[in-house]
Design a protein around this ligand. Structure first.
Ligand SMILES: Cc1ncc(C[n+]2csc(CCOP(=O)(O)OP(=O)(O)O)c2C)c(N)n1
Ligand SMILES: [Mg+2]
Length: 581
């Protein structure tokens, strides 16, 4: 990607400028396009126009942080989210927590106590330093005008370097009124990530190439780090060079073209009945060498660490050395950027004898094709189902027909993630289906979708979420309308906390009353906020509703009355729920 144009700020910087001016100039220099918040610190929001930084007024700070995350995932740049002290700061934590665990960079500016009131019990004072320790890479209070640029540069570099993540600066409001020191005319622009790409130890790269070339049944599982690094071309080349079947984790979905004959789709905990990758569980278990790329080997991505054989050998590539070998001792540790290191690995494979790998290719492709055919047969009933209430698989089938590689789908936590990763097919590496898998909090998806649309105003964005999830952030319907953020939202309205209900039924033989909701008309809520709201009860009406939403000038919410007993293909639930028997 082209570097940010270098800019030394605006005309205002030449004259008497305040710390607020210096702050905005520094944001601009780092390529920041969005200031998301509820007008605090006010001085910054008032300067938005002057610095060409769009100000996005949100209804809750929680949604603001998640919007900044969604923006960063698509734009590959940081946004700035802001809050007041105390309650506003506390509401940033859910969004920062997701971004921290999912390795997504953003910068939070928290308006702190005025310097002369600190520790006097001023209104809304709170221990922000402790509050943010768990969910940010870098947390500092800035209280000197002559250090503002230092701290902004440190915070942005912390966010966008190494394993990206959030950075937080606490800044007192009176600081913004101080005169800024003369501009140091800095030109570094660090807001596009990842900065400072590094390549793994060359001797480890050679060892990895040799191990892959000698492997009898190697597989690769690609995680979200491949998106951070945009290692798409290098992954495709590796798969072809080494005849290497590649699956992805949920966060890695989109890193590989799922039409490629060696693609296994999403592997992990969702490989049960009707799963797109059901047939490949055996291939995972048989693998003698496993290549992990940008993959933190977490519980879901490894089906509680049962996916691979105990004697498999692992080549583990990650930018964070602490992830390499965390759960599977690495035979080869590759610490570095995925794109650069895979390019080096591909080059190193040039010196290896790959005849055995080439010979294996036809058999592998046939096995994968047979798995796809079995899946098509197993899932046909659900995909074509005319049942009422609507089967989510039918919703995916109809939505799938409307997708282009440009469409961004944001699937909320809970079953929506699993419907989307299983049943929406990636047709171009780099296509994005975003899911909040850092913390897997329900409700994160809707603001994430709004942030994604702010990053890509010309691309269609579709939100998919459960009724339980959607209620967490539906206040932002008004934000979308006011800010002209045109997306399509699909709510799977099954009147239950579906995943929760099923988990309770399996583990306790019954579920608590809190799993079931009173009926809610989400289309009416959307209309009340200026959206087009459509209720769909019959599967045959889905196609028209989706087409109308795509054509509409403004945002549309489609409230799909869906089956409360439909369960996605979680391996552990297969055979234990009526729907997966
Ligand atoms: C913030 C948060 N609270 C609780 C949970 C636990 N949880 C996981 S799935 C789920 C049910 C979600 O229901 P809904 O959004 O309606 O989706 P459905 O499963 O019905 O499709 C719950 C409560 C969570 N993941 N995140
Ligand atoms: Mg639900």
């Amino acid at each position: 990607m082209a570097p940010e144009p270098m800019t030394r700020g605006t005309a205002a910087d030449a004259g008497n400028r305040s710390v607020a001016h210096a702050t905005m100039a520094a944001f601009k220099r780092h390529g920041v396009e969005l200031l998301i918040g509820q007008n605090a610190p006010t001085r910054l929001f008032l300067l938005g126009k002057e610095y060409g930084i769009r100000t996005v007024g949100i209804r809750t700070e929680k949604a603001g942080a998640i919007m900044a995350d969604g923006y960063a995932r698509i734009a590959h740049k940081i946004a700035v989210v802001t809050s007041i002290a105390g309650p506003g700061a506390a509401l940033l934590v859910p969004g920062l927590g997701e971004a921290y665990k999912a390795s997504i960079p953003l910068l939070a500016i928290v308006q702190d106590m005025p310097r002369n009131l600190t520790d006097k019990n001023p209104a809304q004072e709170f221990d922000h330093m402790t509050l943010f320790q768990s969910c940010a890479k870098f947390v500092r209070r800035v209280d000197r005008a002559d250090r503002v640029e230092d701290y902004i540069d440190m915070a942005v570099a912390a966010a966008t370097s190494g394993r990206p993540g959030p950075a937080v600066l606490m800044m007192p409001p009176d600081l913004f009124e101080d005169a800024a020191p003369p501009s140091e005319a800095r030109i570094a622009s660090l807001g596009r990530y990842p900065i400072d790409r590094t390549v793994a130890d060359p001797s480890a790269v050679v060892a990895a190439a040799a191990l892959l070339a000698r492997a009898k049944r190697p597989v690769a599982v690609i995680g979200g780090g491949a998106h951070t690094s945009e290692a798409y071309g290098e992954l495709a080349q590796l798969s072809d060079l080494a005849s290497l079947p590649m699956g992805t984790t949920t966060m890695g979905k989109g890193a590989i073209d799922e039409g490629h004959p060696l693609s296994l789709g999403v592997v992990g905990y969702v490989m049960g009945k009707r799963a797109a990758s059901r047939a490949y569980r055996d291939m995972m278990k048989r693998a003698d060498v496993v290549l992990l790329v940008g993959n933190r080997t977490n519980q879901n991505g490894t089906d509680s660490w049962t996916l691979f054989a105990p004697d498999a050998k692992f080549i583990h590539l990650d930018v964070d050395p602490m992830e390499v070998g965390r759960n599977y001792e690495a035979a080869v540790r590759l610490v570095g950027d995925a794109k650069l290191t895979l390019a080096a690995l591909n080059a190193a494979l040039g010196s290896q004898d790959l005849l055995a790998r080439k010979a294996a290719r036809a058999g592998l492709e046939a096995e994968i094709a047979a798995g796809r055919a079995a899946f098509a047969k197993d899932s046909a009933d659900a995909f074509l189902s005319d049942k009422k209430p609507v089967r989510p698989e039918r919703v995916m089938a109809e939505l799938g027909k409307t997708l282009t590689p440009e469409t961004i789908v944001v699937a909320d936590a809970s079953y929506s993630t699993m419907w989307a990763i299983n049943y929406l097919r990636i047709t171009r590496a780099g296509q994005r289906i975003l899911t909040p898998r850092g913390l897997a909090g329900i409700g994160w998806g809707f603001p994430m979708a709004l942030g994604a649309k702010l990053a890509a105003p010309d691309r269609p964005v579709v939100y998919l979420g459960g009724d339980g999830a959607f209620a967490y952030n539906w206040a932002e319907l008004e934000t979308a309308r006011r800010m002209g953020i045109k997306i399509t939202a699909i709510v799977l309205n099954n009147q239950v906390l579906g995943y929760e209900k099923d988990a309770e039924d399996i583990h306790f033989g019954e579920h608590a009353v809190g799993c079931e909701f009173a009926a809610v008309d989400h289309a009416a809520i959307a209309r009340a906020c200026g959206w087009t709201g459509v209720r769909v009860e019959a599967p045959g009406d889905l196609a028209r509703a989706l087409a109308d939403a795509a054509k509409a000038a403004g945002p549309t919410l489609i409230d799909v009355i869906s089956d409360p007993n439909a369960a996605p293909p979680i391996t552990a639930y297969t055979g234990k729920l009526a729907d997966l028997s």
